[in-house]
Design a protein around this ligand. Structure first.
Ligand SMILES: Nc1ncnc2c1ncn2[C@@H]1O[C@H](COP(=O)(O)OP(=O)(O)OP(=O)(O)O)[C@@H](O)[C@H]1O
Ligand SMILES: [Mg+2]
Length: 254
């Protein structure tokens, strides 16, 4: 289970993010980026963050530690910005938090070379989860302490928006032509050989067990949170075996 903390102070909204994530302090004295359960994108975005973040971490990629953050809407009372106030008001209960990487820089492909091995692992992972949010325009990669860190996995696993069509949707190829790391000659064959065998049932069970029940409850067509957890695991298991054959837009790849 993810560590649970409670927000004690809302510091500031992070203006860059489309979903208006906020910076908060919590009762363990940590500083976290908070993604609101009441944001327009809904709680599925948070589920995607947990599944992808915890999967990427177990595949050896760098992801800031994830926690759940309990939020009392009264924290919004002193907030001058109406949009933020509304978000705080509608996000009582369990939200997603992520360690704030203080001093991190946005990834700049011109200033920071990435070796083909690492580029391959990241592109392969993004293909696995169908991440459409790692383009050179908006890479959602941070440079921190000499390494590359993956953030923002809300726009992935499009199949979870339509479970009856999930199997067909998850069979689709991945177009990497816009990917921020496409210019770094990603070694997809090496990544697939190393990572695909790791994406097994037990690992996916471990990953999906991290999703808080409250974000899974009440999904039409599923009786229990665990049933829905298994539905998250299935397309990933199927894709892991074949996805490197279905990545398009990378020159010389196969
Ligand atoms: N853990 C973190 N540590 C430091 N900075 C962060 C962290 N998470 C996010 N940020 C900063 O906040 C910005 C917005 O975060 P994020 O991309 O997760 O939000 P979003 O609303 O999903 O954004 P968008 O949809 O615009 O890409 C990032 O581009 C980055 O600059
Ligand atoms: Mg982003």
């Amino acid at each position: 289970m993810l560590k649970e903390v409670n927000a004690t102070r809302f510091i500031t909204p992070l203006r860059e993010g489309g979903s208006l994530p906020g910076l908060v302090e919590a009762d363990d004295f940590g500083t976290y980026v908070l993604k609101f359960t009441g944001a327009g994108q809904g709680r599925k975005t948070l589920v995607a963050e947990v599944v992808c973040g915890e999967l990427a971490r177990r595949l050896g990629l760098r992801v800031p530690r994830l926690v759940t953050i309990g939020l009392d809407p009264v924290l919004g009372l002193g907030e001058p910005d109406e949009q933020v106030q509304e978000l705080l008001r509608s996000s009582g209960g369990t939200n997603l938090g992520m360690d704030f990487l203080s001093g991190a820089l946005g990834f700049d492909p011109l200033a920071f070379p990435v070796d083909p091995e690492e580029a391959g692992r990241i592109v392969w992972f993004d293909a696995l989860v169908g991440n459409v949010d790692r383009s050179w325009r908006n890479p959602n990669l941070l440079r921190w302490r000499g390494g590359l860190w993956l953030i923002d996995h809300g726009a992935t696993m499009i199949w979870h928006h339509n479970w009856p069509g999930a199997e067909a949707s998850a069979a689709r190829p991945y177009d990497a032509s816009d990917h921020a790391l496409a210019p770094f000659a990603p070694d997809l064959a090496a990544a697939a050989a190393r990572l695909a065998p790791l994406v097994a049932e037990d690992l996916l069970a471990e990953v999906t067990a991290e999703i808080p029940d409250v974000w899974l409850a009440g999904e039409p067509g599923f009786d229990t949170p665990d049933e829905l957890r298994r539905a998250y695991a299935r397309p990933l298991l199927a894709r892991a075996a074949v996805i490197h054959e279905r990545i398009t837009g990378i020159e010389g790849a196969k």
